[in-house]
Design a protein. Structure first.
Length: 269
């Protein structure tokens, strides 16, 4: 596994897991240094096969419960005991399972615009079919050059900032004169299939019983009020905060989200 780190080894450990897209490797370009300046030792995990092209050999290992165990193993390998966990999108869904199963290793859990909702799809769909579907998406996610890719990125991101270009470029690669996703379609499909098998809601009650401090950050541009209320009923320790943003809160509202997460975590103790 690859990691990106910011801050001193003696800082308060904060582990981050990104979303299910190929741009995750640089997701903390802005947040990592900022959280390090607040006294955190920040460790961002590059999800195998998603932030790079090397899928885990066993695709069943992409189930959220297995990835939660992998996070604990990664913390052990880095000499980290208890830590804060911040997850965005797919990472937040994994974080719910992490908190439900390994609350003794966590000090605080931050869910960035996910974890309170389930993903759409039929859990009985065979993995092979999901892989085929994701393969079609990879074919469509192909551009004639960097200019075409960036033009599409700006068109689909109404809150575009020039600082996002490096992050988005890192998730793509050149292949046969075209620009394609750097991720492995099998890994992305297995991760989605894993979510269908182990939806976040299946771990909500256990997370609620753990008593773990939880911060759910929701984006103003998404409407999931019913799901938020169900989550808060199952996880009474959860606190709710809203940021003026689209789903990708660290990309759309970096300063607000960074300060919110840092301030909440530092006030836990």
């Amino acid at each position: 596994m690859n990691f990106r780190e910011w801050g001193d080894e003696g800082g308060r450990p904060l582990v981050y897991w990104h979303g299910l897209n190929p741009f995750g490797a640089l997701a903390l370009n802005e947040a990592g240094p900022a959280w390090a300046a607040d006294g955190f030792r920040v460790v961002s995990i590059d999800a195998p096969g998603i932030a790079d092209g090397r899928a885990l050999p066993d695709l069943a290992a992409y189930r959220p419960s297995s990835l939660a165990a992998l996070i604990v193993e990664a913390a052990d390998s880095l000499g980290i005991g208890r830590f804060d966990f911040v997850g965005w999108s797919w990472g937040a869904s994994i974080g719910v399972h992490l908190g439900a199963r390994h609350s003794d290793r966590l000090r605080g859990l931050v869910l960035l615009d996910a974890g309170h909702t389930d993903v759409p799809g039929d859990p009985s769909t065979p993995l092979e079919q999901v892989i085929a579907d994701f393969g079609d998406q990879h074919v469509r996610y192909r551009f004639d050059g960097w200019g075409a890719f960036l033009a599409s990125a700006k068109e689909t991101r109404p809150r575009w900032r020039p600082a996002l270009e490096e992050r988005l470029r890192a998730g793509m690669r050149e292949e046969g004169g075209a620009i394609v996703a750097a991720s492995d379609k099998r890994a992305a499909a297995a991760a989605w299939h894993g979510l269908l098998q182990e939806q976040p809601s299946s771990a909500h009650d256990a997370l609620g019983r753990s008593g773990l401090p939880v911060l759910l950050v929701v984006a103003s541009d998404t409407d999931a009020s019913a799901e938020v209320e169900r989550f808060r009923a199952a996880v009474p320790t959860a606190e709710l905060a809203e940021v003026d943003s689209g789903h990708d809160v660290l990309a759309d509202a970096p300063e607000e989200t960074i300060a919110l997460v840092s301030g909440w975590l530092l006030h836990l103790d």
